[in-house]
Design a protein around this ligand. Structure first.
Ligand code: ADP
Ligand code: MN
Length: 279
């Protein structure tokens, strides 16, 4: 981090905004940076620096997300904890980049260096935008935030081919009248062996938050899951719904075993109808 200040890329690191189990986040004022051709690269006026960290326990706990993510499969076996932490940072960078391309409000990646990710700061004058958990919204704004969130989840799934996998009022910020998504290092593609279960959990968090927040239009978790995934799971209770989800994941995995990861999909329209669990 001090190298970033010494090089002039960052003006000053003002302080710590968050200390979590898996990361520490700092606020900094952006400076300027020259690329190889000596063109200056734009650095946002305010930046967030996310430093990834882990304990051995956490490391064991989290590896299920990355180990089953086929994008990282070939690399996983050779990795030690230090490399794993770098991979989390790299994953967050790739996922944020995909999301920005789809126009989803989220931090813009500035720079990745080892296990340190520099991105644009969501907030103003060193004050981070509040989480949906913390902010008091009017009922009109709450309804607006709900429809934005529904749209974000659909964009994430359909345009980015991603499931957030830790989506809740803690990882959504309210800034400039919009919902912003953060904390996407654990996000996976929907074909991840547990991708649809992660999506269901996200849907449960989102649905409960907005229903408790008084948004009567808010879909329940099962309706939300279908609205986001485009799947048509008809079970009317959680146990059966989850059983169908797990069956779909299993069908998809069997398909992967037979035909390889590329051909496998219940979600691509260019490969015929979705693979149904009862086929
Ligand atoms: P984790 O929850 O794994 O510790 P997060 O990415 O959620 O990591 O970051 C922790 C907290 O830091 C967030 O809840 C938010 O308050 C703040 N934060 C993270 N990234 C940004 C950002 N780009 N702009 C403003 N605040 C941020
Ligand atoms: Mn978080």
């Amino acid at each position: 981090m001090y190298k970033m200040v010494n090089s002039g890329m960052l003006e000053t690191i003002t302080g710590c905004i968050s200390t979590g189990k898996e990361s520490v986040v700092f606020h900094a004022y952006g400076g300027s940076m020259e690329d190889e051709k000596e063109h200056s690269k734009f650095i946002p006026t305010e930046c967030a620096i996310k430093v990834f960290k882990t304990t051995l326990n956490e490391f064991k706990n989290r590896d299920k997300y990355i180990k089953d993510d086929f994008r990282f499969k070939d690399r996983f076996s050779k990795l030690n904890p230090r490399k794993i932490i770098r991979m989390w940072a790299e994953k967050e960078m790739h996922n944020l980049t995909r999301m920005r391309k789809a126009g989803i409000p989220c931090p813009a990646v500035v720079l990745l260096k080892k296990h340190i990710l520099v991105m644009s700061f969501i907030g103003h004058d060193q004050v981070p935008a509040p989480k949906l958990k913390e902010v008091k919204l009017s009922s009109e704004e709450m309804k607006e935030a709900y429809y934005q969130t529904l749209h974000l989840m659909q964009q994430l799934y359909n345009e980015c081919t991603l499931v957030h996998a830790d989506l809740s009022e803690y990882n959504m910020l309210w800034h400039a009248g919009k919902v912003w998504l953060i904390d996407v290092s654990q996000s996976v593609e929907p074909t991840h062996p547990h991708g649809l279960e992660f999506l269901f959990r996200d849907c449960r968090n989102v649905s409960q938050f907005f229903q408790k927040g008084g948004v009567k239009e808010a879909l329940n978790e099962r309706e939300l899951f279908n609205a986001v995934s485009g799947l048509n799971i008809s079970a009317d209770n959680e146990a059966d719904f989850l059983a169908e989800i797990e069956a779909l994941e299993k069908t998809n995995e069997d398909h992967v075993q037979k035909n390889g990861r590329k051909a496998a999909s219940f979600l691509k329209d260019d490969e015929g109808p979705p693979v149904r669990y009862d086929e």
